[in-house]
Design a protein around this ligand. Sequence first.
Ligand SMILES: Nc1ncnc2c1ncn2[C@@H]1O[C@H](COP(=O)(O)OP(=O)(O)OP(=O)(O)O)[C@@H](O)[C@H]1O
Ligand SMILES: [Mg+2]
Length: 362
Amino acid sequence: MSPPSGGLSKLFGGFGGGGGSHCVGLSIGSSAIKLVELKREKKGYKLLHFGMIQLPEDVIVNREVVNPVALVDSLKQLMAQLKLKTKNVCASLSGTSLIIKRMQVQAAKIKELQDQVFWEAEQYLPFDVSDVVMDFQTLSRSKDNQTDILLVAVKRSVLDSYMTCIEDAGLKPTIMDADFFALQNVFEANYPLQASESAAIVDIGSAAMKITVVNQGIPVFTKDSTLGGRNLTAEIQKHLGLSFADAETLKAGGGGGSTPQEVVEIMHLMGENYGMEIKRALDFYNASSVAPPVSCVLLAGGGSKVPNLSQEIESKIGLPTQMINPFNAISYDPAVFTQEYVQSIGPIAAVPIGLALRAGAP
Ligand SMILES: Nc1ncnc2c1ncn2[C@@H]1O[C@H](COP(=O)(O)OP(=O)(O)OP(=O)(O)O)[C@@H](O)[C@H]1O
Ligand SMILES: [Mg+2]
């Protein structure tokens, strides 16, 4: 298995994964926290622990921490269930406080590159540069010193609030990554891709849909939209006059009995909305990028678990679409995890597994 790429070597002041044999990925989503521990073995990575805990609705709003006490409390509860072998974790950020931008800079010497990048980055940032933490990765450099870089910037206050909560829960956030790069990591570890192909990984979470297009180890396009599983729950809630919690249960097939026809129809309409959102993003990518067009789409995130969603999206966008399987290349002990369990957690575990792979990268 090739080592995971994507992510930046010292994103947001992290210290690199360090390549320890136990690697933990922590995804703090809008609706739930997910924790994964992998063990690095000679033949590749193996799943040791997966756990998740729902978050009360007011904890993460617009993907910022608004109730740190409740977040720390939930994190502690989850950790108590899992008994992790290391406190070092790779966690991630997403949302409008995170900016990812590919840009070209001219720098005669590598030593001057950082100053040049940060100086030029100012014009792309919607925030004051003093309120931002920045990092970048060099993608290529031509003979005339034209350097293609990937800039990542995040609002310092948002980064600090996540890191403080993780530390207060007793963990050490050694790397802060982006959900987009985690998706790339989990994809590359599990799906070999020809250089002439690009793939889109679409994470349908609760509050957001995140799209990463990957080509030759580079996230050539990223898009974060506010359509997510929560919108589907809200539609079910509205049409059936239910509470949000009851609509969530019904949506996930837990209402007892078969899913009402009205809910099936709402799911179908939302599938079409998701498909249109993905199509719009991919049309934009195809029109504006020099990288090859997307040839397949992989779905991740809890919101992708709606029955038949991949077929709905496939027919809307006209590209082969399937659910991501992070366990193509990551092994597990069948005495500990059943195949059915592993299959059911696959899409939800994709981001935290991508983060754990980053934590394990040397
Ligand atoms: N079996 C299921 N069928 C349909 N939807 C599901 C199912 N299981 C979970 N979901 C939905 O998945 C969403 C949560 O997914 P996930 O945990 O990936 O989101 P998140 O990481 O908390 O949110 P975000 O990434 O948007 O911040 C919720 O909207 C939930 O209702
Ligand atoms: Mg998420």
